[in-house]
Design a protein around this ligand. Sequence first.
Ligand code: SF4
Length: 200
Amino acid sequence: MLIENIKKHQKNLRACRKCKAMIPPVITCLPVASKIILIGQAPGEREGDLGRPFAWTAGKTLFKWFASIGLDEEVVRHQVYIAAVCRCFPGKNPKGGDRVPSRVEIQNCKTWLQEEFELLEPELVILVGKLAIEQFLEVDRLVDVVGKTFRKDVDGRLVDIVPLPHPSGASTWHVMLPGKDLLHQALSIIERHPAWQALL
Ligand code: SF4
């Protein structure tokens, strides 16, 4: 029943065209009844063709991180619900990189995430990158939050929140100190979490 409800939710989500500046298709993950939700920023330009989140270079790094704590890419894709702050490609920023979604677009897409929280009742929320982190925690600098767990009430439900840096090749934060050590600490926290342990 839960899987059927998740499939129905994703079908409605894929039909969403609320944000006129966003470039479809809407990218959804596998319909997974997971106690872990991972929230990224927004799909890049390759995800539309490939039809799944984190399908290109950032994903390669992200899944390498998870393999280092026991779960390879296909297991993660089949066991962890992969969401995002926005589910459509925002387009390119003329100054370089991808356009950061607007406040209105983030608000529009939040309703889909709220439905997913209601359906899945997650225990562990993994936030990937500053835009995702900012939606749940007050943060100026990644060094203040990566490597820590935050127990927080999200829509009336207590969840453990673990922030990660963005695995984009454009960022060197996670390969230099102190980011490298903090990333290692954050992955250790995820590895020890009961919801992750249940998947090993
Ligand atoms: S970004 Fe989200 S709310 Fe906006 S059109 Fe895409 S799915 Fe809909």
